[in-house]
Design a binder for this molecule. Structure first.
Ligand code: UDX
Length: 442
């Protein structure tokens, strides 16, 4: 099939585009920014994601992917278009539909000029009802055509985890594929595309597909906040959360592999924004979202737990040299959106500490946030050199290696992600962690 991906230079869009092209479809990757578009056409992915560069170059070589700024021509030449534009949070927590609106207007205009049937698919995360009540009326108005008659409409939420987005897209065994459709004809196109992928397919309404995405993310975020709250209690009452978790997981109703890693909280482009948007939608719908609000509240406070532990061990932080290890909101990405590290660094700075930061790939992102307020170190050993304490904010594998901490001055380690086993540390360290009963001397 010929497909167009609107917002194809963004994270979800580019991932979708290269994966769909790898299945043999001809994909038009539509973006607004000419520089990004030409980079993609040169085989340079503008975001970091495992395997993305290779798949992009394969697709370009096989002439299965073309990046373009011309949305109308892309839509006219394709059977299905995927809207993958961003839906950022606004001040009140609701999502900004500006880009979805812009894309819908242009797709509508293209449909007006196009002969033949076309399926518009919303992949951007939008609150339930948006496709039916907002996107479809725009498409109809600007095309002069009727949804369900002249063109089809689907919702196909993405469940991609950063750092393994390509794998998640190509092998959706863990997440399944959700297809919300206006009618059978619309869904038949997406079924045809996704039959190539190994994952359970659920067909449902547009509204339900939109809600599934929010319900999943809210559920997972709630688990993390729950884990953090339990870990905070464990710490106060002097038990190790990791032991408690082991005991919890023995119950099959809880099970292993849940989102129960306690630490400095969740970040990223999805959980904070999506839970916030669902809160906003609930309030509009006159439902008081107590669980969702609590999920966010616990998460906002959790990074400060790492700062509290640092002060507990070190006393006043003024003038102290502190290394913060890990800037990205999780390993495998350079993304710092809503990263707990931001709150940690800012809190340490406001306490008067001198902060050095290290991350294997997110230092450029960090620079954009902290400017000259912190010292950037390209190697972990340099960040730790002569530090009074360090705070681990992202669970990069290299932080689990005890020998990297040897050149610290103060030898205080605050483990915000439980990456280190204190029993493996050499003598002379003070180790404390979130969910750990008390600081221990090794
Ligand atoms: C998430 C969803 O997993 C994905 O399905 C959705 O489409 C987008 O949002 P992502 O944001 O890439 O994916 O990362 P994820 O691995 O889910 O982690 C999100 C945050 O939660 C990270 O900051 C991570 O450190 C934190 N986390 C995760 C915990 O603190 N504890 C856990 O047990 C799991």
């Amino acid at each position: 099939m010929n497909l167009s991906v609107i917002g194809g230079t963004g994270y979800v869009g580019l991932t979708a585009a290269v994966c769909l092209a790898s299945k043999g479809h001809l994909v038009f990757c539509v973006g607004r920014n000419e520089e990004k578009v030409s980079k993609i056409n040169m085989g340079i992915p503008i975001i970091y994601e495992e395997n993305l560069e290779k798949l992009l170059n394969d697709a370009l070589e096989k002439k299965k992917l073309v990046a373009t700024t011309n949305l109308k021509d892309a839509v006219k030449e394709s059977d299905v278009s995927f809207i993958c534009v961003g839906t950022q949070s606004m001040e009140d927590g609701s999502i900004d539909l500006g880009q979805v609106e812009g894309a819908s207007v242009e797709i509508g205009q293209a449909l007006g000029e196009k002969e033949g049937y076309h399926v518009v698919t919303v992949k951007s995360t939008v609150v339930p009802g948006t496709t039916e009540d907002f996107v479809v009326p725009i498409l109809e108005r600007f095309s002069g055509k009727k949804a369900g008659v002249d063109f089809g409409v689907c919702v196909n939420p993405e469940f991609l985890r950063e750092g393994r987005a390509i794998r998640d897209f190509l092998f959706p065994k863990d997440t399944g594929i959700v297809i919300g459709a206006l009618d059978e004809r619309s869904s038949s196109f997406l079924l045809e595309i996704f039959k190539e992928f190994d994952g359970e397919i659920m067909e449902t309404s547009l509204r339900c597909a939109e809600m599934v995405k929010y319900a999943r993310n809210a559920y997972l975020a709630k688990d993390i906040s729950f884990a953090n709250e339990i870990a905070n209690i464990c710490q106060k009452i002097g038990v190790d959360y990791l032991e408690v978790r082991k005991g919890m997981e023995m119950d099959v109703r809880i099970g292993k592999g849940r989102f129960l890693d306690a630490g400095v909280g969740f970040g990223g482009s999805c959980f904070p924004k999506d839970v916030q948007a669902l809160v906003s939608k609930s309030v509009q719908s006159e439902i008081k979202p107590r669980m969702l609000e609590a999920t966010l509240k616990v998460n906002e406070e959790q990074p400060f737990m790492a700062v509290r532990l640092t002060k507990q061990v070190l006393g006043a932080l003024r003038g102290k040299k502190i290394a913060v290890l890990g800037m990205a909101f999780k390993p495998g990405t350079d993304d710092m959106r809503e990263a707990p590290s931001v709150r940690i660094v800012n809190a340490l700075l406001s306490e008067g500490a001198e902060v050095a930061v290290y991350d294997p790939i997110a230092l450029n992102s960090a620079r954009k946030i902290f400017g000259d307020k912190v010292i950037y170190k390209k190697r972990v050993a340099e960040a730790l050199n002569k530090a009074d304490a360090c705070v681990i904010a992202t669970e990069w594998k290299e932080f689990a290696e005890p020998s990297i901490y040897n050149n610290m001055r103060g030898r205080v380690i605050i483990d915000g992600r439980r990456v280190l086993d204190p029993r493996k540390l050499p003598q002379g360290f003070i180790y404390h962690a979130i969910g750990f009963p008390k600081a221990v001397k090794t």
